[in-house]
Design a protein around this ligand. Sequence first.
Ligand code: FES
Length: 65
Amino acid sequence: MYVCMCNPFTDKDVKNALQDDSVKKSAAHVYKACSGGQSPCCGSCVCMVKDMVATHKQSDLIAAE
Ligand code: FES
């Protein structure tokens, strides 16, 4: 499923970025990793990227318990 249409990337790209230790786990860093270094244009996908990063961080916390 496409997450961003302005700088096209998919949810799979976001998941790959979240698994990549070289990518800081913030929405801005994950976005840039997925978009080839581009910044958001319309911004309509930013909430989805933020949600995916937050969910990833929560699952890391649960796994650490
Ligand atoms: S849909 Fe991602 S910046 Fe527009």
